[in-house]
Design a protein around this ligand. Structure first.
Ligand code: ADP
Ligand code: MG
Length: 219
């Protein structure tokens, strides 16, 4: 899968409140790519991630996945596209507290009325070191384990690409390191594309290609 970003800009507000959150960003993301994007708070990282994943629309510019302009999709097509092709990992784990780890992981499939591929689920949970934790509720898991459940949930529909917004931001350095190691395993073994936004230089260095963003300008 090939993603092309051309002159992508996002402007919020107008007049004195006008904020250029993203300023004519160009980039290309290839199959099995691993990209990190670093930048200070307020530099436009989350805005870029939301645009790249079709969660939000730009003020101007284009974004194609395998040549198809995704901002031209209707809302329904776009949300189906996101559910099937894209996985998200956030700083907050966003697990449902009353569901077990396993139920949280397979949740996205239920929305599409699909059954989990048990062999794939077993492979995922093994790669993420949570095979023995599947019957537990989120509050019975450590932060690192909760984030690994969230990563399994992001991968269960077999997306091509994972977008992670500060995935280690709520974790101590040891669990953050483990989560990153496992994300790298996933990247190597499953051939996914990984785009990670981070404040952490150690995390950024693990990527194949590193970008920084300052005042909405990517370099
Ligand atoms: P980061 O994730 O790097 O901290 P963001 O992408 O969240 O930065 O924000 C970039 C800039 O855009 C900031 O100045 C922020 O205040 C502004 N911004 C983000 N979202 C909105 C919004 N919905 N409305 C107005 N301004 C926004
Ligand atoms: Mg952010």
């Amino acid at each position: 899968m090939n993603i092309k970003v051309k002159e992508l800009s996002k402007i919020y507000g107008s007049g004195e409140n006008r904020i250029v959150a993203l300023d004519r960003v160009n980039m290309e993301i290839g199959a099995n790519d691993f990209i990190s994007i670093m930048g200070p708070s307020g530099s436009g990282k989350s805005t870029l991630l939301h645009l790249l994943s079709g969660l939000d629309k730009p003020t101007s510019g284009s974004l194609t996945y395998d040549g198809k302009e995704i901002y031209s999709y209707h809302d329904k097509e776009l949300s189906a596209f996101r559910r099937q092709r894209i996985g998200f990992v956030f700083q907050q784990f966003n697990l449902l507290p009353v569901l077990t780890a396993r139920e949280n992981i397979i949740m996205p499939l239920l929305l599409d009325k699909k059954k989990p591929d048990e062999a794939y689920l077993a492979q995922l949970t093994q790669l993420l070191g949570i095979s023995g934790r599947l019957t537990h509720l989120p509050h019975e898991l450590s932060g690192g384990q909760q984030q690994r459940v969230a990563i399994a949930r992001a991968l269960i529909a077999q997306p091509d690409i994972i977008f992670a917004d500060e995935p280690t931001g709520n974790l101590d350095s040891k669990s953050g390191g483990e989560v990153m190691e496992m994300l790298q395993n996933i990247w190597k073994k499953l051939g996914k594309t990984l785009v990670i936004i981070t404040h952490d230089n150690r995390v950024a260095q693990m990527a194949k290609r590193q970008f920084t963003i300052v005042d909405g300008i990517l370099s």
